[in-house]
Each structure stands twice: as structure tokens, then as C-alpha cells.
Design a protein around this ligand. Sequence first.
Ligand code: AMP
Ligand code: GLY
Length: 728
Amino acid sequence: MRPAMRVVVVGTGGREAAIRAACARHGHDVIAAAAFDADAHAGVDLVIVGPESALVEGVADRCAELGIACFGPSAALARLEGSKGFTRALTAELGIPSPRFVRTNDHDDAIAWWHAFGGQVVVKLDGLAAGKGVVVPDSPAATLAAIRSLAQHGPIVLEELLTGAECSLIAMCDGTTARPLPIAQDHKRIGEGDSGVNTGGMGAYAPAPIGYDPDELTAIFIQPVIDHLAALGTPYIGVLYAGLMLTPDGPRLLEFNCRFGDPEAQAILELLESDLAELALACCEGRLASTSIVVAPGAACTVVAAAAGYPDAPVLGATITGLHREHADAVVFPAGTDGTVVTGGRVLAVTGRGADLAAARAAAYSAMGTISFEGMQVRRDIGWRAAGSLVTSYAAAGVDIDEGARAVQGMKAAVERTHGPAVLAGLGSFGGAFSGAAIKALDDPVLVASTDGVGTKVELAARLGRYRGVGADIVNHCINDVLVQGARPLFFLDYIASSHIEASMVAEVVTGMAEACAVSGCALLGGETAEMPGVYTDGAFDIAGTLVGVVDRADLLPTPNVAAGDVLIGVASNGPHTNGYSLLRRVFEWLPMDATPPGFDCTLGDALLRPHRNYLPVLEPALSTGRVKALAHITGGGLPENLPRVLPGACDAMVQLGSWPVPPLFELVRSACTAMDHHELYRTLNMGIGMVVICAEVDADTIQASIPERTWRIGSLAAGTGIVHLLP
Ligand code: AMP
Ligand code: GLY
């Protein structure tokens, strides 16, 4: 290890603060200098020049005379930055990919070139103009105006307007060797979304995920210049910064700078683990090839705070609070401040570090949140382009169209089995087409439609990876809903939404739907599968469906003669069907789904996922007697809220608890929910009765006999006001 060096860093902005920090953390004695005064800096080991102006003034040349190592090129070489025309001529000679251009003193020549070129151009002043000498005109009139106005100030350069994201390729050079630092991206515009006027830079981040290898870019854009200058006997020592535009045809050179970028340096140098002073000295001594540049993993994000009125007319003098706080994963680099008040346009920069850019951004913004001054301008979007640049396809954004197509293949056969001659257009068509010919046979056909979902039962299905049953659930639920109006199903359409489409999962769900449709002669006419990452949490899905059925008007239920004295016949449920799952999932949170509680004939998971039964087959004979007055499907709201839907206003339903056996699953819930009263329980769960048939007392035996399974008389109707009484 070399002993600590005395390092003078020329310049006093944010970039120079970052350079000083990168040297100081390796123990060097670092001196900040507004300008380089050799006499004032006797005994200096190394000078690092921050701003281009100092280079153009010849700091490196002066150091060479004095025999002081200086990291930065001579004034002659700084023309690479100082003269756009010189740079364009050189890069054209070296074959470095660049926009087409012309350099001229004469605005008529410029206009002639522009007309011959025939496309949109950028107009630039040839000399150094601190970022203000570039106009990107948005119309032919603006182009003419820009040419005329810039040409008054000296030679101009016209360039082909390129499009694409920009990035900063910053390399350290020792005269023969060039080595890149992490690629950065800066945000030059004042406004969010990269809108508004150009500034000195409102933020930057590194490494920028641009999809190009830094070494390859260095070989294309930097090394040819270094080789050329070495061959001329004027070796280039210092930073060579290539501003690149990533066009659809590949990267193109926009400009060279002879220095670190500001605010790129504040980001990049925070990632540099190597000793910057050592690296700079190795460059001065031609030893870069044998020196390694070590870069930390993770990312850095720099956010600039600018003064009110910046860039046009910065308001100075505001008092800054929070400037000197320490942050665990962020550093503050003062620039336009004396440590107390605002003294310049770009007041300070905050660089956050993190394992990735998201973490680095968060760290930067969190630290920035502790600093304030009047009129402070901070862009909230620094790094936004990185998010988009990681997305290569819709699939990379989480949506896989091909997987959707595979899902269709997986469900096709089962779906098409539900298609009778009435289906004119099904799978793959924009809308399903269903012939109404058959329903013309009815005297007065009434279409009955129902849309529903299966609630949070889907969460349990996803958790246990069992999808087919919920497909049956949704169809049967809808069949039961139209059945209570006396209707028979015609066709069904489904909707499946998930965080991520897995063809096999979707095919399972739809196959479950198709099988349930087939049982009742219902066509599965169409559907939609939506992939919605970020809306649904990982692995989650939801299903919904719409069923349309038909009934002759004369057979519509309920009949108008439901009355006091009628009997309630309970038909068993085969589980919670699709209701109460938010409660059930909570109650059984710590009970393993493969446990078999007492009285169960299957595991808890099986009992909870058992598909909602379809009441059409068992009730068909009862309905054909013509004596059923009403049916109530016991869904969400249980007996207390579903019976009233078919009660005339002048009747109450008297339900006798204990008149049917409550199945073990519901008993288990009751025993666990000690703080829940029975009314609440019966309002949440069906408690063993999934459908209630209402008929006249005299018809009750006939109806019960027509139902091919055990049913119970669970109560009757009495004069009242349309409410349900649960009698103990
Ligand atoms: P320069 O100082 O030459 O880098 O120009 C400043 C900014 O103007 C660049 O960062 C770009 O945003 C824009 N610009 C410069 N040249 C071009 C070009 N040929 N095509 C499109 N944009 C350009
Ligand atoms: N951030 C752009 C520059 O330093 O030129």
C-alpha cells in the first residue's frame, strides 16, 4: 500500500464533492480548490480536475510543467468536449457510430444541408455552452429560427435527430488503456417524465440496465479515440465520457466529455470500491492495464435538489435544514450551498445505495425527505426508465399470451362437449352465438340470467392446488340461482382472472365448469381468461360466471300464492357451498387441511372444497308436479336472508332449529366460534340446508316423496311482515 497522498480536487460542485469523498474514504489528504494555484499547493501528489472549464484553462498543462500528476487531459485534448465540430470530424474519421452532421459558419450552408438531408435535425453551437448551446427544434420553422439565432454566436453543427434512451459511458484512461466505470443514466430535464428544459442534471443512477456490455461499448466508442491520440503522440489521460443514445439501430455517440458527469459521478463513485486516487495516479503513470477497478454490487441512485427558479433564474439565499444529517445508506453531496443557505442552482445531491435500484432509490428519497429549503425542486421520478428497460416483452411484464393459448387447448375438448346444435359460435369467437330456435317452442319464454362468483373459496382452492371443483361451484351456483325462478339453463360464460396464467390451472377450472354444464345440458358458450399481475397477489385467482336460462312465463317461480300455512321443506347442502369462506378460512387457520376432525368422512380440505351441488336433477320431478310454490337457494346470508326473497310481505318464515341434522363441519364451526351467536352463524353459513322448497301443507308429502333423497320439514309460514324467525 502506498502512503496516503495529498490530493487536490479542482472544482466545488456536487461532482467534486463525490470525487473528494471517493478519495477521502481511502485515507488520503484531500484538498478542495476552486481553481488550481500551483504555488498554494506545494507538496501535492495528485490533482484531479472536476469541471471542463478548468481543463480548457489548461490546469493539466500547468501541472505537466510543474511535474505534478494530473488526472485530466490537456487544454488541446479538452477540445473533444469544447468543440463539437472537432469531435464529429474525428469520430467520422475513426468510424465511431454517430449521427450524420455538418459544421458550418454560414447559416445558408446550414439550411442547404438541412434541406438536402431531408429529416429532423438538432442545432448546436460548436463551442462550450454549458448545455445551453443545443436546440432540438420541433418544427421546420423552429429549425430555421434555431439555425439563424445560434449562427449569430459562432460556428454551428447540425445533426440528424436521433431517438432513444441516453446513457453515460464513463471511462478512465491512462493514455493507452481505457476502462469503463458502471454505465449511468442521468436525467437532464427539469420536469418529471423528462419534460421541460435542459438542466445541468436532476438525477442519475448506475448501473443502468441498458442491455449493452460496458467493455464492448468502450471498445467501440472510447478505445479508438485513445489509440488515435496515442499514435499522434498526445496520449489522453483522464476521464473520457461518451454520451450515447441507444437508437433502434444501435448506440450512437452524442458527445464526448473530458470529465466525470455531474450528477453521474455522485452515483458511480459511490459504487467504486477501488481507491479513486490510486486509480487516477495509475492513469497518470500509464499503469491502468495492471490495476483493477473494483465495483461494489448493487446500485446507486442520485437525486438532485435544485433551487426555486432553476435553471432559468435560480433564487438564492434560502436556508437549508437537514443538510448535515448522517444517513445509514445515503450520502449528501453539497453543491450550490455554503453549508447553510442556497448559493447556486443545483443545491445538493443525495445518493442512495442499495442491493438493487429500487432499494437505492428508496434510500435516496428517504434521505432527501429529511432535507428542505424554500422552493426546493426535486424530481420524484429519478430512475424511472430503468423499470421499463428491464421489460423485453409482455411476458416479461408478467403476461404470457402464449400460456393463454395453451390454456385454451387444454380446455377445448371439455368445452366443446357441452355444445349442442344451438351453439353457432363458441370458443375463439368474439361473442358466443346461441340459437333461440328451441325456446320458440315455449308459449311465452322468459330469459333468466345470473352472474356470480365463488367468493374466497378460490383462495383455499389455490392454496391446495385443487381447481376443478371451483369450476363446478360457479356453474352449479348459477344453475341454482336461475332454478329458483323455475328456469332451466341454456348457456354459461365464464371469467377467470389470475396473477399469472398457468395453462394447466385454467384448463382444470374450465374443465370443472364444462363438466358441470354437461350434467344440466347447459352450453359453455364462451369465457375470458385475464392475467393481472399486481392486481392479484402471486398465485391468487378469481372466477366468475354468467348463466342464462329460460322458463315459460306460466312456470315462473315464486308463484303469487305463497301464503301463511305453507310448509318449508329443507333439502340438504353438501358443504358450505360457496359461502362463508372468509369466516371458515379464519376459523380453521391453524388446523391442517389434511386433518380429519371427528365425525368427518373426509379431510377438512375435502369437506371445504366439495363443489356446490346442483339441485336441478333432484328437484326436477318436484317441479314437474306443478305444486312447488317457491324455491329459496340458501347462499350468502343463509336462511334468514334468502327465505325473505320469496316471501310475500304478509308472511314470516318460522324455521325450527333442530328439525334437520346439522352436518359435522358446521357443528365444528359452531363449537369453535364460541363468541358468535346462532343468528350470526345461520346468516353466514347454510348450516346443512342448501335449498328450501315452499309448498302448500297438503302437497308436502307428495313433494317430499318426489325428491329422491332425505329431506326435512324445517318450518312453515305464518302471518307476519316478511322476516325469518329461527326457533330454538
Ligand atoms: P449535447 O450537449 O450535444 O450532448 O446535447 C444535449 C442533449 O441534447 C443530449 O443529451 C440529447 O438529449 C440532445 N441531443 C443532442 N444531440 C442529439 C441528436 N443528434 N439527436 C437527438 N438528441 C440530441
Ligand atoms: N450529466 C451530464 C454531464 O455531466 O454532462
